[in-house]
Unconditional design. Structure first.
Length: 244
């Protein structure tokens, strides 16, 4: 596991964008695994800038997203399809037909079969990850077991609390989601974790300051991946006592 300590969030986003740019330039037909949430927003903005100003070409790139809320139409302003369109896809020259975000409405089991078919057809070359305060990645919540394939998750109360800031009220936060399983995540050629924020101290500590790998903190599985990169802000590194 490679750890990069960035001086601030802006530097963190540039570091992450550098890694993705290198992959796209070396493999113009690469398959990206993408994530939502606040952590990757700055990275997506930087990639969009490089596309418009520096010729970074996404025309041959395909992508699949980690997850989607159950019950939200793709046009809902808190759906993850809407997030990806407004934060990245609308601002780069990717063909949206080559982007996949799982369906959140309709028959959940049918949606999961389709999601798993997409995941089984091709592993991602790089998977972008964020992490929740409880250590979840995607919507793989802490527990006694983790699932390999895409599945439906009932969201932990701490996850609902963390995501409530994106909705008008906590009651509006969906209580379930479909998510890529840990098996699909771990099959990626590279895992790229962007971690910052004061509420991530516990997850960062368990990832970087202990040897434990446990389903009770899913992000700890990055320790056993063949090629994982963690980009952490200096502020968070100092808070948990991590020394590069």
């Amino acid at each position: 596991m490679k750890v990069i300590v960035a001086e601030n969030y802006e530097a963190q986003c540039r570091e992450a964008a550098d890694i993705i740019e290198k992959l796209v330039r070396e493999n113009p037909h690469c398959h990206l695994g993408l994530a939502t949430g606040s952590s990757p927003v700055g990275m997506y903005k930087e990639l969009a800038r490089r596309c418009s100003e520096e010729g970074l070409d996404f025309s041959g790139v395909s992508s699949v997203n980690l997850d989607e809320y159950i019950g939200l139409e793709p046009t809902h302003d808190q759906s993850y399809r809407y997030f990806m369109d407004t934060n990245l896809f609308d601002h780069i020259n990717i063909d949206k037909k080559n982007t996949y975000v799982a369906k959140g409405v309709g028959d959940v089991e049918a949606n999961l079969r389709e999601f798993n078919d997409v995941l089984n057809a091709r592993d991602t070359d790089l998977q972008v990850l964020g992490v929740g305060p409880d250590g979840h990645v995607g919507f793989n919540e802490p527990g006694d077991i983790l699932y390999s394939s895409a599945h439906a998750e009932v969201l932990d109360e701490s996850t609902i609390d963390a995501n409530a800031r994106f909705f008008a009220s906590r009651d509006e936060v969906p209580k379930g989601a479909v998510t890529m399983g840990m098996g699909g995540i771990m099959r990626s050629g590279c895992l790229l974790l962007i971690i910052s924020g004061s509420n991530k101290e516990d997850a960062a500590t368990k990832l970087l300051m202990t040897d434990e790998v446990t389903p009770k903190c899913p992000v700890t599985f990055l320790k056993i991946h063949k090629n994982s990169v963690v980009i952490i802000t200096r502020e968070l590194a100092d808070k948990i006592g991590y020394k590069a």
